[in-house]
Design a protein around this ligand. Structure first.
Ligand code: GDP
Ligand code: MG
Length: 180
């Protein structure tokens, strides 16, 4: 027996960033293939599970959404505990949400790390790119920003148009598996 056993990975992945940047929309698009222009934010923590067939292995991504606590600009250590990766999201139409990215990254790095002391893999998402693609021209700046602030990479995403979300998730999973 045993020939049907697939190796399984369970990864806790945090989705953080300012209120209204599209965290919940990105998760719903990725996990449920839906988009709505009005979600009611409920206070608390929400989970969604995405199962990926990764070569001969199974990856279960447990996506942790936050709702209502964003306005404090930080989360508790308990919330971050044992996370293996993170998306930090900003809204390309609202510069203040980009400024907040650094604060979210510092909060994350100060409260969670891998067993070996390394920072967890974090991908920056420039969401709502259906509203304007001006970032494309600034790709070099964004690459440098990622280097300076310890992001493994960045993607322009749209939860509305389903752009780049699964690519970004695959990219993050690749990095998590490399650091595991
Ligand atoms: P959260 O507070 O970060 O969870 O943000 P939500 O997912 O609730 O999204 C806030 C608002 O932005 C909602 O009205 C969404 O419909 C809208 N939104 C989210 N993602 C996109 C996107 O990619 N494009 C556009 N145009 N609107 C989006
Ligand atoms: Mg939300």
């Amino acid at each position: 027996g045993g020939q049907n056993l697939r190796k399984e990975h369970l990864y806790k992945v945090l989705v953080i960033g300012d209120l209204g940047v599209g965290k919940t929309s990105i998760i719903r698009r990725y996990v449920h293939q839906t988009f709505s222009s009005n979600y009611r934010a409920t206070i608390g923590v929400d989970f969604a599970l995405k199962v990926l067939n990764w070569d001969s292995e199974t990856v279960r991504l447990q996506l942790w959404d936050i709702a209502g606590q964003e306005r404090f600009g930080n989360m508790t250590r308990v919330y971050y505990r044992e996370a293996m990766g993170a998306f930090i999201v900003f809204d390309v139409t609202r510069p203040t949400t980009f400024e907040a990215v650094i604060k979210w990254k510092e909060d994350l790095d100060s409260k969670v790390m891998l067993a070996n002391g390394q920072r967890i893999a974090t991908v920056l998402l420039a969401n709502k790119c259906d509203q304007g693609r001006e970032l494309s021209n600034n790709g070099i700046k964004m690459d440098q920003f990622c280097k300076d602030h310890g992001f493994v990479g960045w993607f322009e995403t749209s939860a509305k148009d389903n752009l780049n979300i699964s690519d970004a998730a695959n990219f993050l999973v690749k990095h998590i598996m490399a650091t595991e």
